[in-house]
Design a protein around this ligand. Sequence first.
Ligand code: FE2
Ligand code: FE2
Length: 339
Amino acid sequence: MAAEMALVKAISAPKFGSPRRTFSYSKFTSIKISATAQTTSIPKPKPSKKANKTEIKETLLTPRFYTTDFDEMEILFNTEINKKLNQSEFEALLQEFKTDYNQTHFVRNKEFKEAADKMEGPSRNIFVEFLERSCTAEFSGFLLYKELGRRLKKTNPVVAEIFSLMSRDEARHAGFLNKGLSDFNLALDLGFLTKARKYTFFKPKFIFYATYLSEKIGYWRYITIYRHLKANPEYQCYPIFKYFENWCQDENRHGDFFSALLKAQPQFLNDWKAKLWSRFFCLSVYVTMYLNDCQRTAFYEGIGLDTKEFDMHVIFEVRLTLCTSSIYLYYLLCLFKLN
Ligand SMILES: [Fe+2]
Ligand SMILES: [Fe+2]
């Protein structure tokens, strides 16, 4: 912890709570972002009577929704076809997901609304954008995992159940962030989003690379922010960050599951094309994160972080995770290192 935080030093910066100018929102704004009627329910924030609908700005760097070749997925997880699937490892992972460590973790209190009410001016805008983007990203995971859980049910019930339980986690995360938006009199219309938003298609191989990396990056981002704010409580402007310690353990478990999936599909790791593609994905994920964060330095400075140092720290730790996660991930170590 100390070594990690040494890389993420606090800087002197304006806090979110310090207003520069007053910015007034309409009474209650609902932001359109939707998701098809999936079975796992996401807690909805309670909007007030009138809700003005606002479109989310779509850019190249906006968090996306993903879809994949589910028929190919079914072949990959068929134990009759793929003898490398280590069912006992998946069963052990399933037990862990069933334990549901964070079942009672995401409980809000009155601090949320009080903290939101103190935010004014540009800081408020920046914070709302953080909640919107985070909610969209979590919800994207929910949609993909939910569909995978549904499609793999017959082929591989153990793997399918893990996907369903991961979608439970992501639904919880997205719902918690959406409730955070209600503190700012806003709400994302997750039902609308599912239907209206474009889905990006990735072949299963690329889904594995991208999600494995995203989950591990998510873990390191959350835990870094949590530890930094614990050490520098004067930057603790909104209570959601206090939940990151347990929250990030969900992301870590998701990453571990994808690491087991990759081990079971060595063809995605050890030919020259796979090596090039995984390098490309690794680079894209790091660059996307960096560009996104650079556009939002005000947010990171608002919580006392230097954006560049924060990103470099996360990338460093993710690379270290790839190096030490497992001997079987030796290939990943070689592939994802960007030396
Ligand atoms: Fe999540
Ligand atoms: Fe996750």
